[in-house]
Design a protein around this ligand. Sequence first.
Ligand code: SF4
Length: 247
Amino acid sequence: MTDEIHLTINGKSVQAPAGTTIHKAAQLIGISIPTICFFDHCTANAICRICVVEVHGARTLIPSCVATISEGMVVETSTPRVNLSRRTILEMLASSVDLSEAPEILSLLKEYQADQNRFPDSQRRTPELIDDNPMYIRDYEKCILCWRCVQVCADDAQYAYAINFKNRGYHTEISTFYNISMPESTCVFCGQCVGVCPTGALKPKKQWLMEKGYTSDEIMSLTRSERKKKLNAHQKTANNSDGGEQC
Ligand code: SF4
């Protein structure tokens, strides 16, 4: 029989089996704690820290996606300290990553009244878009390093281990081993990484090309080098007209 644990979240009593995370226990009584890196079908790793909460008696804020409940625990999910922490994380993300195709994060920015220009001197991540295979593109300018793609490629789903982190600190990026092209790696093009990516950093090739104005027929008929030529011409025109779009 599973031990039942009793605790209080935002003043409400809740009971859940031992081993339940604070995040799941809150869900049981209709309290939603925001998440970014967390994905129900992946192992939680507490990377983004947006899900932090205050636990009475704890010195630091606690990441609710991994911290498990304990008897008599008292949790607050939305205090000024918690909200300030979430806002700051969102402001730091917005200062360095292109979040334009991350609708969930954009709505969190609004909800927490995050100032996207709080760190005007921050260095933005601008790695080149990688188009090295027929299935999907990798636009790491939009990558928030949530780790979901790495996990589904590894023990959480596919066991292909084609991608992992490279470098450290600010220079951390998702990459293949030795930065080889995706077709040379152990990738089996299952598409699961694309499916879990929350920011558009990984995108089906066809969708990406259609967004660039290609028709289905063109996508099927043009070779990659022909497409590259066309994309370069498109890029030049866009730059000349409005200084704009990056591909
Ligand atoms: S590519 Fe997407 S899924 Fe992978 S770490 Fe970056 S944001 Fe997360």
